[in-house]
Every structure is written in structure tokens, then in C-alpha cells.
Design a protein around this ligand. Sequence first.
Ligand code: HEC
Ligand code: HEC
Ligand code: HEC
Ligand code: HEC
Ligand code: HEC
Ligand code: HEC
Length: 240
Amino acid sequence: MKKIIILAACIGISLFIILSCSTDKSPLASKAHPEGWNVTTSEVFHGEKVLASLASGSGLTSCKGCHGQNFEGGESQVACATCHKDYPHPLAWTMLRSSENHGQYIKNEKWSMERCKTCHGADYSGGKSGSSCYHCHKTEQGPEACNVCHGSQKNFAPPEDTKNNVETTAIGVGAHQIHIDAGFGCSICHVVPTTLASPGHLDETPHAEVLPTWSWDHEKATCGNSCHNHPEKTYIWNNF
Ligand code: HEC
Ligand code: HEC
Ligand code: HEC
Ligand code: HEC
Ligand code: HEC
Ligand code: HEC
């Protein structure tokens, strides 16, 4: 019993020493990497090195040895994500049922895919990463196709809305399909963007815009003025 206690104490003390050494904030220059490794304008900037090795197919294997299999730090104790949360990609990005997949990530970035383009190519066909978005987003417009963020194979109108709702009680879904089935196009209610980047499409407003003709009231989910005004009945967009 005594031996075990002594052994445990020894392990404890050595752990303490190892941990306190490795968290030592000594101001010595980096030994693991050349000077300029973290300076974007430097010839030895790590970003350029990594992109070059991705292009040549050798990938990130060499970093894993010290920065960990998941790039969470490993023995270097420096996670890549402390500086850029989007690269190397978190595992959950390709778990398509996960609430942390790449689609959700883009949504949280206000739908911007500009960062993706720096590696996956301005046209998303792979670029320096060699990994094309068209593997999965197979239609002509790839990840910018009109039903990637809202709508379905049937048409671009919700469901699904931009918050992943599918029930007609959600205001983003509402009576869309009833109107589409009745033969109306998006343009009777919206200014319809021609591309993802069209002005007014992904703007800072909290809700999608409805044409002023209909005096749409988001809070009440009703149109002040519509094709089916009726003195005794109020038509509620998401309750019918
Ligand atoms: C101390 C901060 C820091 C750490 C840690 C770090 N990076 Fe970077 N990295 C940067 C900066 C700054 C840039 C350039 C600006 C940017 O793209 O965010 C960059 C850019 C890159 C780029 C170029 C792509 C681009 O966005 O322009 C790659 C690839 C990259 N880093 C890979 C890695 C990998 C792999 C690791 C972990 C092994 C890592 N980085 C750790 C700071 C860091
Ligand atoms: C031999 C081990 C080792 C390997 C291999 C390694 N690193 Fe590191 N890296 C470290 C250590 C240790 C640190 C933290 C302290 C330092 O800079 O010495 C670090 C720090 C960093 C930093 C932050 C530098 C700063 O100025 O804060 C970046 C960026 C980085 N590594 C990127 C990479 C990339 C990208 C690869 C693969 C191409 C890689 N490392 C491979 C050990 C390594
Ligand atoms: C392995 C297949 C696959 C690859 C590769 C892929 N995606 Fe996706 N992506 C999906 C699937 C499946 C969904 C739908 C996930 C869902 O319904 O939550 C999706 C959703 C999205 C969404 C919609 C997000 C939302 O919440 O509505 C965007 C935007 C997107 N991807 C962009 C991209 C970009 C940009 C690339 C390339 C850099 C890419 N995807 C590569 C499979 C993929
Ligand atoms: C620094 C470069 C870089 C950036 C920025 C980047 N990617 Fe990637 N991505 C890669 C590389 C390289 C791969 C190939 C496998 C790997 O290394 O993870 C990849 C793989 C993927 C995959 C898996 C592909 C498959 O077929 O399984 C998805 C999904 C993806 N990226 C989405 C995105 C999205 C979405 C963005 C923007 C938010 C983005 N990437 C930004 C470099 C990048
Ligand atoms: C990357 C995701 C994404 C893609 C791709 C996308 N949309 Fe959207 N769309 C949104 C979001 C988010 C909103 C809600 C904007 C708001 O709240 O103002 C929206 C709103 C709309 C609206 C409602 C009116 C408005 O502008 O608010 C219409 C119509 C529309 N999109 C049509 C399209 C068409 C047509 C395309 C293809 C050219 C397309 N969308 C591609 C994310 C996307
Ligand atoms: C009868 C009028 C009407 C028609 C037709 C219509 N919409 Fe809408 N749309 C609305 C209303 C109302 C909202 C909810 C606005 C709000 O939240 O304040 C909305 C919201 C949206 C949103 C945002 C959903 C969210 O996540 O909040 C998108 C995207 C959208 N519409 C796309 C379309 C597309 C694409 C079409 C054509 C295929 C279309 N709509 C046709 C009335 C219409």
C-alpha cells in the first residue's frame, strides 16, 4: 500500500513538473518553425507551405505529428483553430446530419462563401484544395444553386426555409406551396434575385422582404392588402 502511495506521489510530482514546464510562457523564439512562419508576407509563411503541399498531394501529415491527429494541439499544444476556426476543417463538417456541418457553419458566417473560394476555387471546382464542391452540389450552379439554402427539388420556395424549418406553422414556410401550386411565381411577392449576390438578397434585414404592394405585417403574419381580402375572415400566412 505504502509503495502505491509513494508511486502515485511520484507520478503526481512528475506530471506537475511536465505540465508547468510545457505551459512556460518563455519569450524564446520558436524552435519548431523558422522565423516568419506566422507572417503572411514572409517567404516561409506556413499558409503558403500548407497550400503548396495540398496541391502536391502530400497534405497535412507532417503537421499532425506535433499538432495532433485532429490538429487540436498535440504535443505542440497549439491548435490550428486558435487562429483560424475553418481550417483544417472540423470533423463534423462532413457529418451531414450534424448541427455543426459545413452548411450550418456558412449560415453562421452570414452565408458568406468567400473563405471557401480561397481554397476550393472561385468557381468551387476544387482550386488549390483539389476538393470540388460539385462532388455533392452537382447542379450547374453548385453550392450557389437556388435550392441549396431554401426550398427543395420541387422548387426554390420553402419548405425548407433558411432556418431548416419544414412545418407550415413556421413563418419562413407558411403558405408558400399553396401559392406556388396555384400557379403564382416568386415575383408576385418578392424581388427575385438572379444570382446569390444580387442586391437585396442576402441583406442584413432580419426577414425576407415581401413587395410593399401587399402591406405584409411580419408580426401578425398577414397581408394588409391581398387577393383574398374578406370582411369576416383574416388569412394568416402560417395558420390555415
Ligand atoms: C498563431 C496563429 C496561427 C496558428 C496556430 C495556425 N495558423 Fe494558419 N494562418 C494564420 C494566419 C494569420 C493566416 C493568414 C490569414 C488567414 O487566412 O486567416 C493563416 C493561414 C493559413 C493557411 C492559408 C489559407 C488561408 O486562409 O489563406 C493555411 C492552409 C493554414 N493557415 C494552415 C494552418 C495549419 C494546418 C495550422 C495548424 C497546424 C495552422 N495554420 C495554425 C495563423 C495561424
Ligand atoms: C516538430 C514538431 C512540429 C511540427 C512537425 C509542426 N509544428 Fe507547428 N508548432 C510546433 C510547436 C512546438 C509550436 C509552438 C511553439 C513554437 O512556435 O515553437 C508550433 C507552432 C505553430 C504555429 C504558431 C506559430 C506562432 O508564431 O505562434 C503555427 C502556425 C504552426 N505551428 C503551424 C504548423 C504547420 C502548418 C505544420 C505542418 C506543415 C506544423 N506546424 C508542423 C511544433 C511543430
Ligand atoms: C460530401 C458532400 C458535400 C460536399 C463536398 C459539399 N457539400 Fe455543401 N452540403 C451537403 C449536404 C448534404 C447539405 C445539406 C445539409 C443539410 O440539409 O443540413 C449541404 C449544404 C450546404 C449549404 C446550405 C446550408 C444550409 O444550411 O442551408 C451550403 C451553402 C453548402 N453546402 C456549401 C458548400 C460548399 C461551398 C462546398 C465546397 C467548399 C460544399 N458545400 C461541399 C453536402 C456537401
Ligand atoms: C485553407 C484552405 C481551405 C479553406 C479556406 C476551405 N477549405 Fe474545405 N477543404 C480544403 C481541403 C484541402 C480539403 C480536402 C480534405 C481536407 O484536407 O480536409 C477540403 C475539404 C472540404 C470538404 C469535404 C470534401 C469531401 O468531398 O469530403 C468540405 C465539405 C469542405 N472542404 C467545405 C468547405 C467550406 C464550406 C469552406 C468555407 C466555409 C471551406 N471548405 C474552406 C481546404 C480548404
Ligand atoms: C447561400 C444560401 C442561398 C442561396 C444559394 C440562395 N439563397 Fe435565396 N435566400 C437566402 C437567405 C438566407 C434568404 C433570406 C434573406 C433575408 O432574410 O433577407 C433568401 C431569400 C430569398 C428570397 C426571398 C426574398 C428576399 O430576397 O429576401 C428569394 C425569392 C430567393 N432567396 C431566391 C433565390 C434564388 C432565385 C436563388 C438562386 C439564384 C437563391 N435564392 C439562392 C439564401 C440563399
Ligand atoms: C404569396 C406570396 C409569396 C410567394 C408567391 C412567394 N413567397 Fe417567399 N415569402 C413570402 C412571405 C410572406 C415570407 C415571410 C416573410 C417574413 O418572414 O416576414 C416569405 C419568405 C421567403 C423566404 C425566407 C424564408 C425564411 O427562412 O425566413 C424565402 C427564401 C422565400 N420566401 C423564397 C421564395 C421563393 C424562392 C419563391 C418562389 C418559388 C417564393 N418565396 C414565393 C411570400 C411569398
